[in-house]
Design a protein. Sequence first.
Length: 466
Amino acid sequence: MPSPLMRQNAALLPSVDALLRRPMLRDAVREHGRTAMVRALRQALVQLRHAEVPDRQTAAELAEQAALAELARQALPSLRPVFNLTGTVLHTNLGRAPLPPEAIAAIAAAADACNLEYDLDKGERGERDDHVAALLCRLTGAEAALVVNNNAAAVLLALNTLAEGREVIVSRGELIEIGGAFRIPDIISRAQCRLREVGTTNRTHAFDYDNAIGAQTGALLKVHKANYVIQGFTAEVTEGDLAAIAHGKDLPLVVDLGSGSLVDLASYGLPHEPTPMEAIAAGVDLVTFSGDKLLGGPQAGLIVGRAALVARLRRNPLKRALRVDKFTLAALEAVLRLYADPDRLARRLPTLRRLVRTAADIRTCAERLAQAICIPLKTVQVTVVAVSSQIGSGSRPIDLLPSHALSLRPRSEAALVRLVRAFRALPVPVIGRLHDGALLFDVRCLEDEAAFVAQLAQLEFAGSGG
Ligand SMILES: *Cc1c(COP(=O)(O)O)cnc(C)c1O
């Protein structure tokens, strides 16, 4: 039995056809299409059946507003740009490395037909990785290179190709987990290899590897301790020494570098990160690293090293399953080309540009913003505070970069929650971090200040109350 309220509302509710004749909704049909409009109106009318509606006019207005709001909500893409003001430059949840305009243009140019696997000189089938292989070899000093979907895939492909059904020897100090379920023991078993742990958590010696090598050994693996440090009474075997041990037994040495910077970050005043160039020079057979960490490019897993081994990886059917698309290759090629001109790299590559930004420059920016932001946030205490940024994405968390943040401190915990939500609800959501009752916006990664300030007028935040 319909309730009395429902019966009464049903009489007051307009028909979909009547609603479609309203001027605002006629405009919206032109924008969103009739099908979506009708669906949104039906949904609004169903909901109004359960609400208290005083009269026909109000019922029509409420249905119109609800339908327009629903269509506006649906029109927002799910994947959207945000302002990353978390202070973590390479933030995995926020898309890691920002691409330079050269890479964005290259992606757009590859959108239609392109010579992805077509050799324009010979007029015959080509190899997709060839668009970046020569650049990678020149930059790293390796003989050959190959590209897959991400670094996890690179490690999987390398181990499966070189050591399927056999043992992979790894130091107990390097059995790491990176966020997002990348764990070295799991990757080794999914590569159909057996993990052979050697040494201890804090100390692993050359003799540990020597003693473990036997008829079952397929490869030696060294993993860069990207996201943690072992301090104190420690020992590990260098890549050079490990390469000598491996080659003495005719075995390959694979190094998972993780971030793998293609420049020496120390020359920019940043903490040194191991480079693929150093690994190759030390005699490592295959080095794997990410495209979207310190390299500053698209998500990809790069493998560089000996030509004979890379050729074996390329023939593994897994390579087909793990290969990258033309957009990744387009962006990667464009980014690698920027490395050909090291003098301008820190200006042109957004990741490096943000990492080298000085604390003084960041502070000036934060002070400018503090002026702009005060106006819409009258009940919030706005100050500029010294903070530390992180490189992120598994780069050493102890290496912090001096930076400055806008600190927004509302009057209550509840107001803080609403403030965070209000910034997230902006057309370009602003993501900061919470610290000690304040919302911090580390402005190291804010490059488009004008866009940030322009949308502040749309901030919907009532400071007082609750
Ligand atoms: C980040 C990282 C990975 C995973 O790389 P993805 O490109 O995210 O798949 C693997 N190993 C190390 C040491 C890392 O730092």
